[in-house]
Design a protein around this ligand. Structure first.
Ligand code: GLN
Ligand code: ZN
Length: 767
């Protein structure tokens, strides 16, 4: 029989049970025991769903983040959270969120968060310094292994490998984190032995760093690590995913492990080389089901490819999804309201595992044994290819009519900045926010009621208007300079737009974890994109009618819509992105015509689309930046374009960011203590910048002094005339009682900066 396995299962629960349990615990409304019980119940249910697999993953569950789990397993905790509480779970949340639970007492700085390879999942960055010591705490893995054994099925513990663990982290003191490998390996050896002792015959050890460009020192680290671990008890399945091994292929081939998993969706061609060269005792696990997208696998085409492989490898061939299923929703069966035609083209985690079983049976027993599922699959694949829902000639024509001039502003930034200053009349260090304000329970309820029909159109409109009015009043009272309407009408920054565009479909429960308890429900972009009518103009002009301060119109950019959706795999991403850009452009021009002359186009996810290998960056950045420019740059000089990016370490893409040519860019910087601004010392960013001074991912309320200190740091790198003052990101996950004092402090910190700069000016005049 062909061994089937999965690299990991979504943790959040088909109904987001984990999210609700976590948030109740953090609010102090439920006990630690209740939270632990929810975790155990979820793990159990996930194993049941995977029971048909040859091996099911253990240790892929996490209360917040699997990288943070690994830091705890390895005893790598920064001093600021060590021994804070006797309960390891509270220490864990303290590092994850800056607070434990219930949310009382003093906070600490939360661990830095960054995105997991090229996904929209964010992990907590391991912190190192030259003195870092490790110490094994295998308790989580061992107890989950015991649970899995009791649940039946054959468990396979899943770990992040030692080299990737170091690769994911940061040395705070500038030391070389690879120097820690010698100290780290004995802990891994003990961990593997402990798992072996407890009955695990195979352990999946994830080393996705192998699909990135590694220098000689990192390559050497792989050899050193796996030679050292070769004597451990369990057999190791070295898992790579998200791309091709390329120049690391020989390295991976020759590591002394018992098996190798590759992403055969993104790097199918490498399988052939591996089959030829893999040592005769090794297992080759091919990830043939796309763990990053929601389309049905073309099973017959996959079998055409797999059958010769199986003929050669026999039992040494294992089948799996390409990567952990963390990145797709749990179960398509929840989607009863989805258009039946489109639904038939899709597969979520549970359906992907079914596909896997069908493939395995077809290999083992012949295609005849699975004739019915194969026939169903064939007709779904053919229907999607031919559907008139997918292809719209008028959209294709508009894309072909795009000219380069559509992506260019009329004048260069200095000229535009003058014209904008003339009417905006903003003070130095102008303050603004990133768009959303707290999404209260009342707001969520109103949206729900509207959807379900218990609020009619007019009642809903009045409700949202009330929220907008409240939000505008709060901002006026706080003394903010450029206001926003607060985004009360939006559930999600992509879904909101996708719902109004043709070519997108929506799920009810298609949640995917973004970080901690935060989930997103990516739209499914299945067809050519068309904007039937204006999407935001009504709300924004209403908000503007309530105030004399400038109101910033708020849109999501084409690249972010692309990167945060499940997109079609039947045309290049660049082509889909350009269609989105044209739709956003029409909205920008409609806003401008309606008198909205500050417009923010969020490209929160621009960086997330970067290919893992740098050699492929220029191509991506080329079409992504062009899409933004087409969307944004049709406006008049005195219309001010803002853009916003999250979690963006964009040191390495600065020229591309500058090429977008937004008048103002707001970015996330507070958690990194303005470290991210170092780039501005080398690259003179020509336009205005708002480095975030308020970490909105933490419930902590920053003080005036903290924010002023951050601004001082920023002012060392960016001329004061081009600095804005704003939070790191939108405020929708925070509560009003946190937001009001935090923003009041922020506005005060801007006033302090203005006073300091005026005093300095005076001194200079005197001198
Ligand atoms: N305008 C959005 C908001 O404030 C931006 C969110 C984001 O960048 N992730 O919510
Ligand atoms: Zn953001």
């Amino acid at each position: 029989m062909v061994t089937t396995h999965s690299l990991g299962f979504p943790r959040i629960g088909a109904r987001r049970e984990l999210k609700f349990a976590l948030e109740a615990y953090w609010r102090g409304e439920s006990s630690r025991e209740a939270l632990r019980a929810t975790g155990a119940a979820l793990r159990h249910s996930h194993w049941q769903k995977q029971a048909a697999l040859g091996r099911m993953p253990v240790g892929d569950f996490s209360f917040y983040d699997h990288v943070l789990d690994m830091s705890f397993t390895l005893g790598n905790l920064p001093a600021r959270v060590r021994d804070f509480s006797h309960d390891p779970l509270d220490n864990y949340f303290r590092l994850a969120r800056g607070r434990s639970a219930p949310e009382t007492g003093a906070g600490v700085a939360a661990g830095e968060m960054t995105k997991w390879f090229d996904t929209n999942y964010h992990y907590i960055v391991p912190e190192f310094d030259a003195d870092t010591r490790f110490g094994l705490d295998a308790s989580r893995l061992l107890s989950e292994l015991a649970e899995a054994q009791a649940a039946g099925g054959v468990p396979k513990p899943v770990l992040i490998g030692p080299v990737t663990y170091l690769w994911l982290g940061k040395a705070r003191d500038g030391s070389n984190r690879l120097d820690l490998l010698e100290r780290l390996l004995p802990v891994y050896a003990d961990l593997l032995d402990a798992l072996g002792e407890a009955g695990a015959d195979w352990v999946q050890i994830d080393e996705p760093a192998l699909v990135t460009e590694l220098d000689a020192a990192w390559q050497h680290a792989f050899r050193l690590a796996y030679h050292r671990l070769a004597a451990c008890r369990p057999r190791l399945l070295l898992a790579t995913y998200f791309g091709a091994l390329e120049e690391n292929l020989n390295l991976a081939l020759n590591l002394p492990v018992a098996g190798l998993h590759i992403d055969a969706v993104r790097a199918r061609a490498e399988a052939a080389i591996l089959v030829d060269q893999l040592a005769a005792h090794k297992v080759l696990s091919v990830g043939v089901i796309d763990g990053r997208n929601i389309w049905k696998t073309d099973l017959e085409a996959t079998l055409d490819w797999l059958e010769p492989l199986y003929a050669r490898l026999g039992e040494r061939l294992w089948l799996a999804p390409s990567c952990s299923l963390l990145h797709v929703p749990v179960d398509l069966d929840s989607e009863t309201a989805l258009d039946a035609e489109i639904r038939d083209w899709l597969a979520f985690a549970v359906q992907k595992l079914d596909e896997l079983q069908t493939l395995a049976r077809a290999l083992h027993e012949g295609r005849r044994a699975v004739a019915v599922p194969l026939a169903q699959n064939r007709s779904a694949i053919a229907a999607r290819r031919a559907s008139s829902k997918v292809h719209r000639p008028e959209v294709q024509a508009a894309v072909e009519a795009v000219e380069p001039s559509m992506g260019r502003r009329k004048s260069a930034y200095p000229e535009r900045a003058r014209k904008q200053a003339d009417w905006l009349k903003l003070p130095l260090f102008p303050t603004t926010t990133i768009g959303s304000f707290p999404q209260t329970e009342a707001i969520r309820k109103a949206r729900r009621d509207y959807r379900q029909g218990s609020l009619d159109e007019e009642q809903y409109r009045d409700f949202v208007r009330g929220e907008i009015a409240h939000c505008v009043r709060q901002q006026e009272e706080l003394g903010l300079d450029v206001l926003v309407h607060g985004e009360a009408e939006r559930n999600d920054m992509v879904e909101y737009f996708g719902e109004q565009l043709e070519g997108f479909a929506f799920t009810r429960q298609g949640w995917v974890q973004s970080y901690g308890s935060r989930c997103v429900k990516p739209p499914i972009l299945y067809g050519d994109i068309h904007r039937p009518r204006a999407m935001t103009v009504g709300w924004i002009t209403y908000a503007q009618s309530l105030t004399r301060q400038p109101m910033k119109g708020m849109l999501t950019g084409p690249v972010t819509m692309l990167n945060w959706s499940f997109v079609r795999d039947d045309q290049p991403r660049a082509a889909t992105c350009r269609q989105l850009a044209l739709a956003v452009r029409e909205e920008v021009l409609d806003l401008e015509r309606a008198g909205i002359r500050v417009i923010q186009i969020d490209e929160a996810a621009l960086r997330e689309g970067l290919p893992l290998r740098r050699s492929q960056w220029p191509e991506y950045l080329g079409w992504a930046v062009e899409a933004f420019r087409i969307a944004a740059n049709g406006v008049a000089d005195d219309t001010q374009i803002h853009t916003h990016m999250c979690y963006s370490e964009f040191n390495d893409i600065m020229p591309a960011i500058a090429a977008m040519d937004a008048d103002v860019i707001t970015i996330e910087t507070s958690r990194s203590n303005m470290e991210l601004l170092d780039v501005f010392e080398d690259f003179a960013y020509p336009n205005a910048i708002g480095p975030g001074v308020y970490d909105i991912h933490s419930p902590n309320i920053p003080t005036v002094e903290e924010m002023a200190a951050l601004l001082e740091k920023a002012a060392e790198r960016i001329p004061a005339e081009r600095l804005w003052v704003n939070p790191d990101c939108g405020l929708k996950t925070r509560r009003w009682k946190e937001v009001i004092p935090a923003l009041a402090n922020m506005v005060e910190s801007a006033r302090i900066m203005r006073a300091r700069s005026a005093a300095e000016q005076e001194r200079r005049m005197e001198g």
